[in-house]
Design a binder for this molecule. Structure first.
Ligand SMILES: Nc1ncnc2c1ncn2[C@@H]1O[C@H](COP(=O)(O)OP(=O)(O)OP(=O)(O)O)[C@@H](O)[C@H]1O
Length: 263
């Protein structure tokens, strides 16, 4: 299953969730590949301490490296396809090659997690179209939710349904929107509630996931619960997948055409 982790607003916790959900799924015995899909502002490699690895996704998207050579196994068991922080790397990358790159390796994993860039643009449309499911990250604030709703609607235009909403950084502010209100506005289910937790910031500074740094912290427990929910929905998704006889690339082509026609 390919899950794109996206948000309307930047800085709401996509990279943190991509990394920690991947580790949590791996702890549940799943084979997981996490891809840094933000080719202009890559951060995922920092958490896994792979940001300087060569080759990386930029080299693959420039046709200069094989994707299998740019995937690294982390000590947590998670496979990571990092992107470099270099501007030259970004300039030489052709994002149109991204669906083929994912297609080449997706079958080898139970889950492919894509850490998408913020906002709604052509890059995001690609990441939404390529996914089987969207995981929407929001903080309990109005702007984050309104922008998140636009991402969810764009994903649906691309034929990619919402797997669920992850509410991040809860308990930080007294003026938070309630879960019911958020679910009603977005018309989706909250499947994860990650509290504000300073262990996350400390872990990030140490180039670690919070599950490695502090496995019993409130946020680590919340990420494990999220992973259990994701695994719980796996069987249904497989059934739906079997109903579709289209090849992976045919499906992506159709979905990208659908979403681009709306811009
Ligand atoms: N639940 C949390 N508690 C405390 N800090 C958090 C939490 N979630 C994320 N953060 C911190 O918030 C900052 C932004 O998180 P992150 O980089 O995951 O967001 P993002 O949505 O991927 O950002 P961008 O849009 O820039 O890619 C990081 O410093 C991270 O450590």
């Amino acid at each position: 299953m390919i899950i794109t982790i996206a948000s309307g607003k930047g800085g709401v916790g996509k990279t943190t969730t991509s990394a920690n959900l991947s580790v949590a799924l791996s702890k549940l015995g799943k084979r997981v590949l996490v891809i840094d899909g933000d080719i202009s502002m890559a951060n995922l490699g920092l958490i896994f301490n792979f940001e300087k690895k060569k080759p990386n996704l930029h080299d693959v998207l420039a046709g200069e490296a094989y994707v299998k050579d740019a995937i690294y196994k982390h000590k947590t068991g998670v496979y990571v396809l990092p992107t470099s922080l270099s501007i030259e790397g970004y300039k030489k990358s052709d994002l149109d090659l991204f669906p083929e790159v994912v297609n080449e390796v997706a079958d080898e994993y139970d889950y492919v997690i894509i850490d998408a860039p913020a906002g709604l643009n052509r890059d995001m449309a690609m990441h939404l179209a390529i996914a089987d499911k969207l995981m929407l990250i929001v903080t309990p604030e109005l702007f984050s939710i309104v922008d998140g709703l636009r991402i969810k609607e764009s994903a649906e235009m691309a034929g990619t349904p919402l797997m669920g909403i992850v509410l991040n950084r809860t308990g930080r502010d007294f003026a938070e929107m309630g879960e019911d209100e958020i679910e009603m506005l977005i018309k989706g289910r909250i499947i994860g509630n990650i509290p504000e937790d300073e262990n996350i910031r400390t872990a990030t500074l140490k180039k670690m996931t919070v599950l490695e740094y502090s496995p019993n912290s409130p946020s680590s427990k919340a990420y494990m619960e999220l992973a259990l929910r994701v695994v719980g929905s796996y069987v249904d998704i497989e059934k739906i997948e079997k109903m579709h006889k289209e090849s992976f690339l045919q499906k992506i082509k159709r979905k990208i055409t659908n979403v681009f026609s709306r811009f």
